[in-house]
Design a protein around this ligand. Structure first.
Ligand code: BV8
Ligand code: ZN
Length: 250
């Protein structure tokens, strides 16, 4: 690992103090949850057009539910990895306000982060496309018929995960933007940075003077445009090293 860059990242965190994390699926691969666009990612197995678009859910909800049941099993078997725990420690040490995440696996909350902004929702909630009622996954008023969840209005429910063609939850999205604009630095970890409008957020932070620390296996559109320190490698190795340097230098 490039020691000089690690020290620069740690020094910036100490100097700028309040920052925010911004993560994608790459932070969960070490926990056994596949990402999307790596060669071993989900889209190599499942065509996103068939499984991750809102109109495909309307056409064939049970097919999409089968896909999400499989992913939920992976989430339940997964445990937070050192990448997650490093970001939780940075929040506990008060260097970051929390995490803006595109992930739906809830591993940041399980790692101990208090403020997690789930831009793409999570599998913990269900929503009715007919009458907009929302239910907690374990809510007893959900009517499970042949292992699929139905709303009291009779319509099959959808996981409250943002599919392509669906708007992001505007309250979470607006809060995430507000926090990003206030951040003095942003740690961007494990994202390809190509899904919008989520991918806009690091650019907005940068425009507002935030120092961008990017940790990722590969370069992304952010790297050559807004990243101030690019740490190439596995986030589950890089993030704990950043925290170690912050603690050593503080
Ligand atoms: C919307 C469901 C409007 C959740 C997902 C043309 C151009 C630009 C945009 C568009 C366009 N056509 C359509 C659009 C909009 C579209 C979009 O951005 N498409 C892109 C793909 C071109 N966006 C939408 O449709 C959004 N909605 O715009 O609505 C609207 C407004 C009003 C009213 C109605 C509608 C909705 C976007 C959300 C879609 N949901 N999935 C789920 O199943 O989890 S997409 C999917 O991509 C996930 O949500 C995921 O979170 C997101 C981003 O992916 P990443 O997290 O970055 O993961 P990825 O695999 O891509 O990258 C991982 C990286 O980590 C890689 O670089 C890898 O190398 C690295 N890595 C892996 N392991 C490690 C590692 N690095 C270090 N260490 C490791 N161990
Ligand atoms: Zn309903």
């Amino acid at each position: 690992m490039d020691e000089k860059k690690l020290k620069l990242a740690a020094k910036s965190i100490l100097e700028k103090k309040k920052g925010i994390g911004f993560t994608g699926a790459g932070i969960s691969t070490a926990s056994g949850v596949p990402d999307f666009r790596s060669p071993t990612g989900i889209w190599a197995q499942y065509n996103p057009r068939e499984y991750a678009y809102i109109d495909s859910f309307r056409k064939n909800p049970k097919k999409i539910w089968e896909f999400f049941f499989l992913r939920e099993k992976e989430f339940n078997q997964a445990v937070p990895n050192p990448g997650h725990t490093a970001l939780a420690e940075l929040e506990n040490l008060n260097y970051i306000d929390g995490i803006i995440t595109q992930n739906i696996d809830r591993l940041h909350s399980r790692a101990g982060n208090k403020n997690v902004y789930e831009l793409h929702g999570s599998v913990g909630e269900l929503v009715c496309l007919e009458c907009s009622r929302r239910y907690k996954r374990e809510d007893s008023s959900v009517d499970w018929k042949e292992s699929f969840p139905y709303c009291q209005c009779g319509e099959i429910l959808k996981p409250s995960v943002v599919l392509f063609g669906e708007a992001l939850p505007h309250d979470v999205f607006n809060m995430a933007i507000e926090i990003a604009l206030k951040s003095k630095f942003m740690i961007v970890a494990g994202t390809s940075g190509i899904v919008y409008p989520a991918a806009q957020i690091p650019y907005m932070a940068k425009r507002n003077g935030s120092f961008i620390i990017e940790a990722n296996m590969e370069a992304t559109p952010l790297t050559s445009s807004i990243t101030d320190v690019f740490l190439q490698g596995r986030v589950e190795e890089i993030l704990p090293l950043i925290v170690e340097n912050v603690k050593k230098m503080s």
